[in-house]
Ligand binder design. Structure first.
Ligand code: SF4
Length: 157
């Protein structure tokens, strides 16, 4: 098994999906969700809106979503930007470090389909080309209301 994982890492294939997927209505964690944000190559616009979603106006924490510093403490990954070549392997490792059940939310058009950076020499691909994605938030950048709404779907609050 270890050899298989090493081979996947070397060949750059998509990481194996989490064995436990969220429920069909997108809710996996009743009440609260711990979130690790990963900037895989963003222009920083999506980060500003994530900051706003967790700021005093939208205050996603009151719906049970909380940012954490380590993927080992997280239930969900919020991934922004097209995945750059340098971030593909760290993103795979971060995904593998999150305990199951886990969900991945691709935030912004770049995360969904590389957006304005499609075809750029430093871009490895969209987030779903590197790790499994459960939920996408459209927009360049997405509005903080849309980010908060997605987090509320995860917490069910
Ligand atoms: S979706 Fe727009 S704001 Fe977000 S990283 Fe891409 S270019 Fe920047």
């Amino acid at each position: 098994m270890l050899r298989l994982w090493r081979k996947i890492r070397r060949t750059g294939r998509v990481a194996e999906p989490s064995p436990e997927r969220p429920t069909s209505d997108g809710r996996a964690f009743a009440g609260s969700v711990q979130v690790r944000h990963v900037d895989a190559g963003s222009c920083n616009g999506c980060e500003v809106e994530i900051g706003s979603a967790f700021g005093p106006v939208h205050d996603a924490e009151r719906y049970g979503a909380r940012l954490v510093a380590s993927p080992r403490h997280a239930d969900a990954l919020l991934v922004t930007g097209p995945v750059t070549r340098n971030m593909a392997e760290p993103l795979r490792r971060t995904y593998e470090a999150v305990p199951a059940p886990k969900v991945v939310v691709a935030v912004g058009d770049c995360a969904r389909n590389c957006g304005v950076f499609a075809g750029a020499y430093g871009v490895a691909g969209a987030v779903h080309e590197v790790i499994p994605v459960d939920m996408e938030i459209a927009g360049c950048p997405p509005r903080p209301e849309a980010i908060t709404e997605a987090l509320r779907k995860l917490t069910g609050r």
